[in-house]
Design a protein around this ligand. Structure first.
Ligand code: CMP
Length: 144
């Protein structure tokens, strides 16, 4: 089934100039980028996006970090792409992420772990609508 996932390249990815390289991985896997924008998130949006972690001890650091620099908010489309992208991203803790995954290859620590990707269809729908208007999402077909 065709799905959409919300993928966000975090400030460490942008500042380390890895954004293009990471997006290229998704393109090479045959996935389709249907929206992307660079933005500096405000703390209201950061708190909404990470609402499920609001009681966690790392919540304040997480919010402060994600608003500390530009992110690349992105919507990616493809067959069963939510779980596929999570596999490509790797474990949250880069020390546990397999080599060959994005975090396993590029990330330094759990806070600065390069990328966020939706973990379920429900979170994808919620996250996409938090960051994008419908009019910002591009429908197009790929060549055969
Ligand atoms: P992300 O996939 O964006 O979702 C929640 C984020 O919380 C996670 O990536 C990590 O970057 C961040 N985080 C910071 N500290 C922790 C922690 N101790 N356990 C899990 N996630 C953490």
């Amino acid at each position: 089934m065709k799905q959409r996932s919300f993928v966000m390249l975090k400030p460490d990815a942008v500042k380390r100039r890895l954004a293009g390289e990471v997006l290229t991985r998704f393109e090479k896997r045959g996935l389709k980028i249907i929206a992307t924008k660079m933005m500096i998130i405000d703390s209201d949006l950061a708190k909404k996006h990470y609402g499920e972690h609001s009681e966690k001890p790392f919540f304040k650091d997480l919010v402060n970090y994600i608003i500390s620099g530009p992110v690349l908010a992105t919507v990616i489309e493809g067959e069963e792409c939510i779980s596929l992208i999570r596999k490509m991203v790797g474990a949250t803790n880069p020390q546990e992420a397999d080599l060959g995954t994005i975090r396993g290859d590029y990330a330094i620590d759990t806070g600065r772990n390069i990328i966020h990707a939706s973990d379920s269809p429900a979170s994808a729908a919620r996250e996409i609508s938090l960051f994008f208007e419908d009019s910002e999402i591009c429908e197009y077909t790929l060549p055969d």
